[in-house]
Design a protein around this ligand. Structure first.
Ligand SMILES: NC(=O)c1ccc[n+]([C@@H]2O[C@H](COP(=O)([O-])OP(=O)(O)OC[C@H]3O[C@@H](n4cnc5c(N)ncnc54)[C@H](OP(=O)(O)O)[C@@H]3O)[C@@H](O)[C@H]2O)c1
Length: 323
């Protein structure tokens, strides 16, 4: 496993990390969750991603129990939470000082940790001034409850504004952003955030590197069953996999399979390695519902070296084709 610095910070994250969305406390048993985290940890993963919203907090409870049972030393892992969707009542969601504080304390309790290494604003909150959120996050850092704070799916403009406020008011600025990044979803990481890597040293912890499984090739022959799209709560995702855009993407995935096979690798590994190839990615957060998926994904770094200009151009030609 290779380790990368989280932006300009001193924190080192495994370039492949592991998250709990969809799977923990929903799709898989707690025993499987423990097996997956153990395979990842043994492969060198040191960052486990979570959020108050995942399975309504239950995903953090499952992860916290596993961390406790495994007894891994605290300095061998980094764990995150995200605040935004904590419940239906007015102060149970958003980025007000009240919810940011209460969600942080609740996440620490569920994860059974004394501090969160990374704490993200899960989405921008149009109803809270950015200054209020920056102050709340900065105070949590000063209180030792959070080590690094960041954002998820904020615009470059909003992140710049938060950094500017922090600079002017001598508060702690955001360290990282968590955007979606995969072969089909690139604009923010490659274009919009480009100035921020230099100007504020932004780190990125990117999500859905396999586009929820589409890039593994397993949907090429239709719905394979036994996947996240079969879960009733994720019917919205199944619908996304059946529209015209998905059909066009699947045609590209079939062509990408040819690239993978010429490289002697698999589609999941190729898709993850393609994300790793981008130096502005601090860590690629993987997800899995089965042990063999984690084992497979952990081998992605092996082929990054094979992604030379010729291969990258071939991939680019497939992705940019209008078919
Ligand atoms: N900040 C945010 O807004 C946000 C949003 C989404 C996710 N995230 C974070 O990013 C993490 C990863 O996102 P993601 O789970 O969507 O990632 P992903 O890599 O796009 O999809 C992971 C899913 O693809 C399937 N899969 C994985 N490896 C496979 C393999 N080798 N072969 C075949 N199928 C494979 C599994 O689903 P099946 O069970 O269907 O097989 C697995 O759960 C999440 O856990 C979460 O921590 C953050």
């Amino acid at each position: 496993m290779n380790y990368r610095r989280l932006g300009k910070s001193g924190l080192q994250l495994s370039e492949l990390s592991f998250g709990a969305w969809v799977t923990f406390a929903q799709q898989i048993s707690n025993e499987t969750a423990e097996e997956l985290m153990t395979i990842a940890y043994d492969a060198g993963v040191n960052f486990f991603d979570n959020a108050e919203a995942y399975a309504n907090g239950q995903a953090e409870i499952v992860m916290g129990d596993i961390l406790k049972r495994k007894g891994w030393p605290r300095d061998t892992f980094v764990v995150s939470s995200k605040v935004f969707w904590g419940g239906d009542l007015p102060n149970q969601e958003g980025l007000s000082r009240k919810h940011v504080f209460e969600a942080c304390h609740a996440a620490m309790r569920r994860l059974q940790v004394d501090y969160l290494d990374l704490y993200f604003c899960h989405r921008p909150d149009p109803n809270t001034p950015i200054e209020e959120t920056v102050r709340a996050m900065s105070d949590l850092v000063r209180q030792g409850k959070v080590l690094y704070w960041g954002t998820s799916e904020w615009s470059a403009e909003q992140i710049s504004e938060a950094a500017k406020i922090a600079r002017e008011l001598l508060l702690v600025p955001p360290t990282m952003e968590q955007p979606q990044y995969n072969m089909f979803h690139r604009d923010k990481v490659e274009r919009e955030f480009a100035p921020l890597y230099q100007s504020i040293g932004l780190g990125t912890t990117v999500w859905s590197p396999l586009a929820s499984g589409l890039l593994t090739g397993k949907y090429n022959g239709g719905d394979p069953g036994d996947t996240r799209t079969s879960l009733p709560e994720y019917s919205w995702l199944r619908e996304q996999f059946e529209n015209d855009e998905a059909r066009s993407r699947l045609r590209k995935v079939k062509q990408l399979a040819g690239v993978a096979s010429d490289l002697g690798t698999t589609l999941p590994r190729l898709a993850l390695a393609w994300c790793l190839k981008n130096p502005h990615v601090s860590t690629v957060i993987t997800g899995a519902s089965k042990p063999e998926q984690v084992r497979e994904n952990m081998r992605a770094a092996d082929i990054v070296g094979q992604l030379d200009d010729t291969v990258m151009k071939r991939i680019e030609a497939i992705l940019s084709s209008s078919s």
